[in-house]
Design a protein around this ligand. Structure first.
Ligand code: PLP
Length: 461
């Protein structure tokens, strides 16, 4: 047996520098990459993945602490997911959305049963951005209103409405493709936009700010408020006590719908099926993607309330996608629910978060002067790096969201050199390994981060 199988089905061994070079060369010549200056990137060629690890063609092994793009919740090549896709492909590889299909219906049923009170149905999309597009479209048709309020420090995807909903630098170069979107600030105690000194004060002031935003924008013009239940890429921001409940109350007061973007936080990342379930709040629409099937086949969707579903009972919903509810993606989604139950995923995520990650990161915060704050829940954590703890000046400038700008690049390089693939965003090292990670691997990865923070300390000093 070789180390991996190539695209011709041949067994190959690691250490083949020529294969590494050939893959890199083809990619450089013909693949146009996301969010990058094409001449300035050098993507790592990956030959094989298994569980929480992947390997390049030379055989260099990486422990994945970012779950790819926080989608690989069940790890690489999970036998249950691979089997479900293979069986489905052997039976019925694709079927158009207007026809009924067993796995599509079964997945929709399970998602409805595990989401919010009053959830009625699921509209399937190809991923997260289009899920948010469709949630907004439904909200607008349902309410007859056009405006949508979204938060700063959010990422909602890169299609036209989704990128305009986004409240961080990735929106800038894309202008305002959807003119009905208004941004507001949410709670972020470490960098409070409201000069709050306690989480409770942050909640109160963030809600007062939202109330004023609604009043000045015109409550009767606002269809929906969209928010990430727990903010992901922009810093693992957990809602302060009472905040989500307060947003819900404001929505109810003004007939505004609440859309929970669970694309990154959903499907177990926080130890709940959906992150909002840790709070006393029920949204009207929930968007999901990534963890629904660990990204093995592109799939996303919108969970729809009974009331919104009813709006389209007699009038047609104006929208659809050729691959909506793709059977291969849906089969992997149904298998995801089975695997979560068999492997006790939610319970282990909560346990590992509380018992291993939280305490260890708090220890690192004590030890490393470059750590401004650590925060998180489940297997979803952020280490916020600063130049100076007093001033809280970030280790890299704010507008470097997503990119590992110098001097942070050195910290990232230290992780990679030690065999850890980190999740770096802005001035943060984020911790989001596959949910199946063993305690031993988790502790080993955290050790590597601890050592890399020495590099951050040197840069901060
Ligand atoms: N919403 C959130 C919270 C996300 O994190 C992402 C992607 O990272 C998206 C939406 C967009 O999802 P996709 O890349 O599948 O379009």
């Amino acid at each position: 047996m070789g180390d991996y199988t190539d695209l011709h089905g041949a067994e190959q061994s690691f250490g083949d520098t020529e294969a590494q070079r050939a893959v890199r060369e083809n990619d450089r010549q013909y693949v146009f990459h996301s969010w990058s200056a094409q001449g300035q990137i050098d993507p790592l060629p990956i030959a094989k993945g298994e569980g929480v690890r992947f390997w390049d063609y030379d055989g260099t092994e990486y422990l994945d602490f970012s779950s790819q793009l926080v989608n690989l919740n069940l790890g690489h090549q999970h036998p249950g997911l691979v089997r479900a896709i293979q069986e489905q492909a052997g039976r019925l590889a694709t079927i158009q959305p207007a026809m009924a299909n067993d796995v599509r219906g079964e997945l929709a049923k399970r998602i409805v049963e595990h989401s919010f009170d009053g959830a009625r149905s699921v509209f399937f999309t190809n991923g997260g951005a289009d899920a948010n597009e469709y949630a907004v479209r439904m909200a607008r048709h349902h309410t007859g209103r056009q405006k949508v309020l979204a938060r700063y420090r959010s990422y909602h995807g890169s299609t036209s409405t989704a990128i305009t909903l986004t409240g961080e630098p990735r929106r800038w170069a894309n202008g305002t493709l959807d003119s009905g979107i208004v941004h507001f600030f949410g709670p972020y105690p470490y960098r409070s936009a409201f000069y709050a000194e306690t989480p409770e004060q942050e909640t109160e002031r963030a809600l007062a700010h939202l109330r004023q935003t609604i009043e000045l924008e015109g409550p009767s013009t606002i269809a929906a408020i969209i928010l990430e239940s727990v903010t992901g890429t922009n810093g693992i921001l957990i809602p302060t006590p009472g905040y989500l409940e307060g947003v819900r109350a404001l929505c109810d007061e003004h007939g505004i719908l609440l859309i929970a973007d669970e694309v990154m936080a959903g499907f177990g990342r926080t130890g709940e099926w959906f992150a909002f379930q840790a709070f006393d709040v029920q949204p009207d629409l929930v968007t999901f993607a990534k963890g629904v099937n660990s990204g093995y086949v592109p799939l996303g969707g919108v969970v729809i309330s009974e009331a919104i579903h009813e709006t389209f009972a007699d009038k047609p919903f104006p929208g659809g996608l050729t691959y909506s509810g793709h059977p291969l993606g849906a089969a992997a989604g149904v298998a995801t629910f089975d695997i979560f139950a068999e492997e006790g995923i939610l319970e282990r995520v909560k346990d590992l978060g509380e018992r291993v990650v939280g305490p260890r990161l708090r220890e690192m915060a004590e030890k490393h002067p470059s750590v401004g704050e650590v925060r998180g829940t489940g297997l979803f954590w952020a280490i916020e790096l600063v130049i100076d703890r007093e001033t809280r000046e970030p280790l890299v400038p704010f507008n470097a969201a997503g990119a590992a700008g110098a001097p942070f690049a050195k910290v990232v390089a230290a992780c990679k050199a030690a065999g850890l693939w980190p999740f770096a965003a802005g001035n943060r090292l984020q911790v989001a390994p596959p949910l199946i990670i063993s305690e031993e691997d988790l502790r080993a990865g955290l050790d590597i981060i601890d050592a890399a923070l020495d590099v951050a300390d040197a840069e901060a000093a």
